[in-house]
Write a protein that binds this ligand. Structure first.
Ligand code: SF4
Length: 514
């Protein structure tokens, strides 16, 4: 059994910012970071147009530092928004774009690279960073969190120990910081126990591709484009983004609210459909998809925030639900909430965390955007104008869990044959799992799947971006090795019949530029 002062679960921007800050403030603290990815940044995925001011506070002088992350980020030089119909595109004038959606001064980055860079800094500061280590559950003692238990390694498909079996160890800590991201297994366990949220957390699914363009291309450097409209129906929340990562590299993504009502919505196919739009096809002409990935984004906002502190534990970043919905950005909040948590730990009083969040501006901004996502339940054309005035409505607008909005018989019936199908998408994510391990995706009751097929036509066979779920011989067959750890199935199954559990450490996607 290991024991440390501070244990951080998740080596994302939040967890690593907390780790760095802890060591900056108190060199004598023992700080350990555990992450399930095979490498730093391999499970990280975001847009990402980044507000870098938070790094000025965490790492003064970082802008002149040498490092792949710093030299590879690109300032936004052209910031555009379009409304798309199926064949045309209308440029939205800047004065009509909500203030939160302007990106001048922001940097186009790869979150995977940012995480790798922060991880190297944390290691230099003396933090013990272990990737390839999966945590299975929290250790509780008299209502207090005392650390975590790691996943057992070396089980066969029937959960019998193989020769190399290693029982999951316990890691004990005075304080455990939960930074395991959206739908993180440990943060979910923590939230289900301590609660505190007024609305359930709701999510969007983001599907993203990195596309290599010819040197001479129609997109160009320093460009950030956002779109609304096609291929989304007005009742589906979301939009797309296109960011220049380099003169010949563009990050392309589609974000879709998981409260969509359609039983056959396949986000990866929707992204491929978007790429057929004349404007987008011109931008991406002769491009080659070289990387892909998917991830859910917590969008419930202020009213979905759970109790952030309990005895022995603090919740930070996406795990807490810190995303600014007016900007649909969360990396700067992840970093700032990590710093706020570290300051509370060093002060020896975890209850100061919320005070620190207020001082960092997160609380106020989350409160201002408190009903932003909720008003879009009425669809784009009602939600968009309401979103501009929602901050003046003092009361909470309720939101059901995403899966409850799936509607029997609602279908998109897309006929597109995508260039990148879901199998190819899984391949491009680099995802890998041991073939002979127990499935990390658990269906609680096969009889419910039969009912789901009759009532909802098994939406899991559509909503999983890598086609992990297929109907075979009247049963749901699971290809767990294709899973990219996006979290969708644990949110969107109409009967909450699927549980996502952590597989062995080092498995899952292998992102490099996401
Ligand atoms: Fe995402 Fe679930 Fe499919 Fe894995 S199985 S890729 S978590 S929807």
């Amino acid at each position: 059994m290991h024991s440390v002062d501070v244990l951080i679960i998740g080596a994302g921007p939040a967890g690593l910012a907390a780790a760095i800050r802890l060591k900056q403030k108190d060199k004598g603290l023992s700080v350990m970071v555990l992450d399930k990815a095979c490498d730093l940044g391999a499970h990280s995925l975001s847009g990402s147009v980044f507000e870098p001011a938070c790094l000025d506070e965490l790492l003064p002088g970082w802008r002149t530092a040498v490092g792949s992350f710093v030299s590879q980020m690109r300032p936004v030089e052209r910031d555009e928004m379009y409304f798309l119909t199926s064949r045309s595109a209308l440029r939205v004038p800047a004065f009509l774009v909500p203030s939160g959606m302007h990106h001048a001064g922001d940097q186009i980055i790869s979150l995977s690279r940012l995480v790798d860079w922060l991880g190297q800094i944390a290691i230099k500061e003396g933090v013990d960073v272990y990737h390839g280590v999966s945590a299975a559950s929290l250790l509780w003692e008299n209502g207090a969190v005392k650390g975590v238990r790691l996943v057992d390694q070396g089980l066969d498909k029937d959960r019998k120990p193989k020769e190399n079996f290693l029982q999951g160890e316990q890691v004990c800590a005075h304080t455990t910081i939960l930074a395991d991201g959206a739908r993180g297994v440990l943060s979910r366990e923590y939230i289900s126990k301590v609660g505190g949220n007024k609305n359930p957390q709701v999510y969007s699914l983001g599907v993203k591709q990195i596309i290599r363009l010819p040197q001479k291309n129609n997109f160009g450097p320093g460009r950030a484009i956002h779109t609304l409209g096609f291929p989304n129906r007005p009742d589906v929340f979301g939009g797309s983004f296109f960011y220049s990562l380099a003169p010949d590299l563009v990050a392309v993504g589609l974000i879709l609210g998981l409260d969509w009502r359609y039983t056959d919505l396949d986000a990866q196919k929707e992204l491929e459909l978007l790429k057929t739009h004349p404007l987008i096809a011109r931008f991406l002409k002769d491009g080659e998809v070289i990387e892909a990935g998917a991830k859910v984004i917590p969008e419930g906002g202020f009213f979905a925030l759970p109790k952030l502190v309990s005895q022995g534990a603090i919740l930070i970043g996406d795990a807490a639900g810190f995303v600014n919905m007016e900007k649909i950005k969360g990396i700067h909040y992840a970093i700032r909430s990590g710093m706020a948590a570290a300051d509370a730990v060093v002060a020896g009083d975890l209850s100061t965390y919320e005070v620190n969040l207020k001082a960092a501006g997160i609380w106020n901004a989350m409160h201002q955007a408190r009903n932003f996502r909720a008003v879009f339940q009425a669809g784009l054309f009602i939600g968009a104008p309401l979103s501009m005035v929602q901050r003046y409505w003092p009361l909470r607008i309720g939101m059901p869990k995403d899966h409850m909005r799936t509607q029997k018989g609602a279908c998109l019936k897309r006929t597109l044959k995508p260039v990148i199908d879901r199998e190819r998408f899984a391949f491009l994510s680099g995802t890998m799992h041991r073939e002979d391990e127990p499935s990390h995706l658990i269906i609680a009751d096969a009889a419910i799947c039969a009912r789901c097929e009759k009532e909802f036509q098994s939406p899991c066979t559509s909503f999983c971006p890598t086609q992990v779920y297929e109907r075979k011989a009247k049963a749901i067959h699971i290809s767990a090795t294709n899973c990219v750890h996006c979290g969708t199935c644990s949110v969107k199954c109409p009967f909450e019949n699927i549980t996502w559990t952590p597989p062995e450490g080092g498995e899952g996607p292998r992102h490099k530029m996401m």
